[in-house]
Design a protein around this ligand. Structure first.
Ligand code: COA
Length: 161
């Protein structure tokens, strides 16, 4: 008899709501870097700011990620990534809402991001395109601003207070 095909995670996206979002642990690092690479996102600086990362897990598998880097009263939202077979089920939105909550908990007043691929995704969470120069100098000297994201990336801002 032919072996049963392994339908690993087919259709899981509809169940994104059931996935819990929690803080990343050092042991998540390899899977996180792999996910970012798969999604074409930079992983520069991730090791240093891992404590600002949230991840969605499905058992042992890392289904999605998002990070908040803190620069005084401002933050950098980075590394929103969802495994392809978990997309279109609200997981990206769930991770973004968790990150916004985390940013407020940290007392941040403004949140910035850079994106080459998702400038039409973030407005639903209140982000608006702004000139890069609008971000404070400390944030502009972050790894992501200074080197990881090309000049062509769109800068967006969300005010939290
Ligand atoms: C962007 C991303 C996180 C969305 O994850 P998701 O779990 O599918 O998001 P949600 O389920 O909350 O929302 C899906 C909806 O968002 C919209 N959407 C998804 N990706 C989008 C994008 N790149 N640009 C604009 N809109 C997008 C679509 O309207 C989609 O609706 P559909 O399911 O009817 O097609 C995911 O596509 C991803 O990981 N992309 C690669 C990495 C990336 O570009 N990240 C942003 C970096 S700053």
């Amino acid at each position: 008899m032919a072996p049963t095909p392994r339908l690993h995670h087919v259709g899981v996206s509809a169940g994104a709501a059931r996935l819990s979002v929690g803080r990343a642990h050092p042991k998540d690092l390899p899977a996180l870097q792999e996910l970012l690479s798969l999604c074409g996102l930079p992983s520069d600086g991730v090791t240093d700011c891992l404590n600002g990362f949230l991840v969605a897990r499905d058992g042992d598998r890392l289904a999605g990620s998002i990070g908040v880097e803190r620069y005084g009263a401002c933050g950098l939202l980075r590394s929103l990534a969802v495994q392809p077979d978990y997309r279109h089920g609200g997981l990206g939105a769930k991770l973004t809402r968790h990150a916004l909550r985390e940013a407020r908990r940290l007392g941040l007043r403004r949140l910035f991001l850079l994106t080459e691929t998702a400038s039409d995704y973030f407005p639903r969470f209140g982000f608006r395109p702004v000139p890069r120069q609008q971000a404070p100098p400390a944030l502009r000297s972050s790894v992501e601003f200074a080197s990881a994201c090309p000049e062509a990336a769109i800068c967006m801002e969300r005010r939290l207070a």
